[in-house]
Design a protein around this ligand. Structure first.
Ligand code: NOJ
Length: 519
């Protein structure tokens, strides 16, 4: 286990929208490097960069054409290496985004694989035996190549699936995972990992990590075996490199060798319901953090605690403020509600991930025309809002040339307006992250225990070592029959009142109490 993950606080950067330093309207690597001190000052000590590799950008870079080359629109490999070096000087770590499940249809491996003539890459992807062979239950593309066969895709039709084999085989064209062609795919991906690790990267966020071996059993045993093989390489040669999975099932991903797995806010699950549950009519937001919503923290807590208990000795759960695929909270929750949501997320065990712009409450922008395969995700990918000036300080290019239009609302939040303002969301995020960094009780692996929770009720009281947290997002004072004795360490809103045998938690508030040592 890389030691640094214990205290890691991540900032996710969507490179095209962060900072443009060469005036072409698209963010770049040098823009990220320039802002590393900003990210560090905010309180994050690690960065995850979405794919920044050569790509035709049919899926915003999740369609890689060359795993070993930075996309020219972002800069050069040397720029990225300089970014790693600067990060390390600042005591930070950097994860790249590894996309092992598929490539772009323009990747040279796929071009070779599409040829009629047999070659080294013929079985690098999954092909049927002939073009008239169109198995049901799969997403195959036909009629696009010289080769007489159809190819399987992993996501969009421009993203052919790499061949790691099929755990259960029902058709002649399905190979076992131990087939030399499938092993060669795995080894090629390990080669890509070594390439960047040798140049200074600190690990990977792994895209669709659970998707590799097809027709796997429910436990994803064959895919797990593949990742354990990758992990062996890391343990031997790169013991401080971190592997974070997009799997969203830590119970499977951590035994499969990942150090951390995201708990994604997928529609219907506890995390989604915590942050953005809607009322039964599906309209008004009814998150636990809505002042007047009457939302419920229990579905999340039950799911989280169950996952936490079954994985806490193996690795970490990654909790996100949102990511490049999901809606931002800005726009559906008020700044005060967002502060309380972050207070909860940033004091839970596991590893927190803050999406760029969420520190100022950038809003999800509804109804945007899709860009690079974004579709409804496009509204969460707009340029970072640094200032109230031209293009929100993102770029000096003419507005029409920007990757996406900036939020031009007169009250669009930005960093410049909030920095130094004690009550701002930005300063609250900073103080919360500094609190997290300061106390060992807030490390990823430090214990967590719920002391008081009620169905559709407040407050929520939980403990991490000698620290007790009292959270009440509702509009009314909330009392709990819990004894807490100690001194107030931190508060958002009015601090908790502690009586001999209960606590009174003021409306829309969060307090942290350091308990007195037992006599
Ligand atoms: C998950 C990524 O987060 C998403 O942005 C991408 O479109 C798909 N995987 C396909 O790679």
């Amino acid at each position: 286990m890389p030691e640094w993950l214990k205290k890691a606080i991540f900032y996710e950067v969507y490179p095209q929208s962060f900072l443009d330093t060469n005036g072409d309207g698209i963010g770049d690597i040098n823009g990220i490097t320039q802002k590393l001190p900003y990210i560090r000052n905010l309180g994050c000590n690690a960065v995850w960069i979405n794919p920044c590799f050569d790509s035709p950008f049919m899926d915003a870079g999740y369609d890689v054409r060359d795993y070993k080359k930075v996309a020219p629109r972002y800069g050069t490999n040397e720029d990225l290496i300089r970014l790693f070096e600067t990060a390390h000087t600042l005591g930070m770590h950097v994860l790249l985004d590894l996309v092992p499940g598929h490539t772009s249809e323009e990747h040279p491996w796929f071009r070779q694989s599409s040829l009629a003539r047999e070659n080294e890459f013929t079985n690098r992807y999954v092909w049927t035996e002939g073009v008239w062979d169109y198995p049901v239950g799969y997403h195959f593309i036909s009629g696009r190549s010289q080769r007489d066969g159809n190819y399987l895709v992993n996501f969009f039709s421009t993203q052919p699936a790499l061949n790691y084999g099929f755990a259960k085989r029902t058709e002649a064209w399905q190979m076992p995972p131990e087939h030399p062609a499938c092993v060669a795919t795995r080894e090629a991906m390990k080669d890509v990992m070594r390439f960047w690790l040798d140049r200074g990267c600190d690990g990977f966020r792994v895209d669709m990590a659970n998707s590799l071996v097809k027709n796997d059993d429910e436990q994803k045993s064959a895919t797990g075996a593949l990742w354990r093989n990758v992990r062996e390489m890391l343990d031997t040669a790169y013991p401080q490199a971190a592997l974070v999975s997009e799997w969203s099932q830590p119970e499977q991903a951590l035994p499969a060798g990942f150090h951390c797995d995201f708990f994604l806010n997928e529609k219907g699950n506890g995390y989604y319901r915590l942050l953005r549950d809607t009322d039964e009519a599906g309209g008004k937001p009814n998150s636990f953090f809505c002042r007047d919503g009457g939302g419920d923290v229990l579905p999340f807590l039950e799911e989280f605690q169950q996952r936490y208990r079954s994985t806490k000795d193996r690795g970490y759960i990654g909790l996100i403020t949102c990511n490049h695929d999901t809606e931002r909270l800005g726009g559906s929750l008020t700044p005060q509600e967002i502060k309380l949501a972050y207070a909860f997320l940033f004091t839970l065990p596991g590893v927190p991930f803050l999406y760029y712009g969420d520190e100022v409450g950038m809003r999800y922008r509804k109804g945007m025309v899709s860009k690079e395969g974004g579709y409804r995700r496009t509204g969460t990918r707009t340029p970072m809002q640094w200032t109230a000036g031209q293009n929100a300080g993102f770029s000096e290019a003419p507005a029409a040339k920007l990757y996406l239009p900036v939020d031009d609302a007169p009250d669009a939040p930005n960093v410049e307006a909030q920095a130094g303002q004690a009550e701002s969301l930005y300063e609250t995020v900073r103080s919360l992250l500094h609190l997290r960094a300061q106390y060992a009780q807030l490390s990823a692996d430090a214990p967590f225990e719920v002391l008081y929770v009620q169905k559709r009720g407040c407050p929520l009281v939980y403990r991490r070592g000698s620290l007790v947290f009292l959270l009440n997002p509702s509009a009314a004072v909330a009392a709990a029959p819990v004894q807490v004795r100690g001194s107030l360490l931190y508060a958002i809103g009015t601090p908790v009142k502690m009586t001999a045998d209960s606590v009174l938690v003021p409306p829309q508030s969060f307090s942290v109490v350091q308990e007195d040592a037992a006599e």
